[in-house]
Design a protein around this ligand. Sequence first.
Ligand SMILES: [Zn+2]
Length: 409
Amino acid sequence: MSARKNAAVASFAALLFLFAPAALAADARDIHERILTLDTHLDTPMNFGRPGWDMLDEHSIAQDMSQVDYPRMVKGGLDGGFFAIYTPQGPRTPQGFINARDAAIMRGVEIREMVARHSDKFELALKADDAAKIAGRGKRFIFMSVENSYPLGKDLSLMRTFYDLGVRMIGPVHFTNNDLADSSTDPKGPEWRGLSPLGKDFVVEANRLGMVLDASHASDEVFDQMLELSAAPIILSHSGVSAIFKHPRNIDDARITRLAAKGGVIQINSYSDYLVATPAIPARDAAMRALGMKYGPFRSLRDDRLKAYMTERHAIEAQYPLPRATIDDVMAHLLHVLKLAGPDHVGIGLDLDGGGGVVGMEDVAGIPEISKRLLAAGYTEADLAKIWGGNALRVLREAEAKAAQLAGK
Ligand SMILES: [Zn+2]
């Protein structure tokens, strides 16, 4: 090769290098239009009851802390996902159970109302195959999930009620232990050493109904027992990897390998505290608590009061800055599972509107950054299709098939 040709090749390569990130970003965005994309943990329904808040308006984190709405789903190329009925753990008393049950059912109703109000843009998905059908009609698909089964109290017959409401994925527990299972983060430690006797029946009932069992937030022992007892593959709808960052909410490699061997999937989250060391800043917590006392729940605020709240909140954040995870941290977890278990056993569950979002991917509009980085790491469009939805839908399809089989169909 001549020196001149050499130089030409070198400068062409340099040019390619220069434009590669932009080209990858464009490819990533195009791929989102061609494949089915879903996130398995969206806490957006918490916003559905906010005064003056509508899913069709474009909001911003700075304005109201929300991370998902229709315009930003379109920007990010997210076709749908599992929208959570989340209930905080409360008192394990008959009245506590009734209050939680009613709140959870009403949250489910709110999800259905949002879909009904905007039926030209959204459609409720009840089967795995609905996702592609709804996307094919040019709409976004909404699956429903339950995060924390505390609203069931001790009455597993309510699982049928939630199934009939549209719920297709269910996790037993949240931050602290309940009557079904131990949490990974209860400061008091384990109460049941895994699932309670009722929690074991909960697994059987989820299999019977065709709901995917979700082990995110559950203790490692609960994960082990759910994996053992469940007749269908299970999911971690929003979790991280303890080999990358040690935290009770993250899971070790041996368990990921066993999850994969049974056909399951781990969906990588973007909750900063589970990705990087986050020091406790008591003065910040105290200031945030005082802010909450002054204004009440921020999701009840609108207009000038919301603006005033956000201004004061930003001042506290500036005064006591916390280290925040970046998109690099999210990718470290994702790439680790890809190497460990391959592209059939990992997906995306970012916990947006529930504390997720990182520097470099602040809201749903930013999600093509994940795809861009997967392409840069050598993963193909076919891999992306599995990661962005194929794997989670396979797990739901298997839960459906197992339920049909158990019913003798
Ligand atoms: Zn969560």
